[in-house]
Design a protein around this ligand. Structure first.
Ligand code: FES
Length: 69
């Protein structure tokens, strides 16, 4: 089974979808656990209670995704 292409996709109204073998580290250099072989989603709205991961709160949060690109 081949490794999927590493990529980050900005969704129009929500998270950043991270695919491929891209490790995630905090600001102390600690590797954060992600589901091996599965995509993970990073919050870009600031409302998630599971930061840095998206928990779906962008759907009810008061934010304008057009301001963040
Ligand atoms: S982008 Fe989904 S909770 Fe922030």
């Amino acid at each position: 089974m081949s490794t999927p292409e590493a990529r980050i996709t900005i969704s129009a109204n929500g998270s950043l979808k991270v695919e491929g073998d891209i490790p995630l580290y905090d600001d102390q250099g600690n590797r954060l656990e992600t589901r091996e072989g599965k995509p993970y989603f990073l919050c870009r709205c600031g409302a998630s209670e599971k930061k840095p991961f998206c928990d779906g709160r962008h759907k009810i949060a008061d934010w304008d995704p057009s301001l963040l690109g």
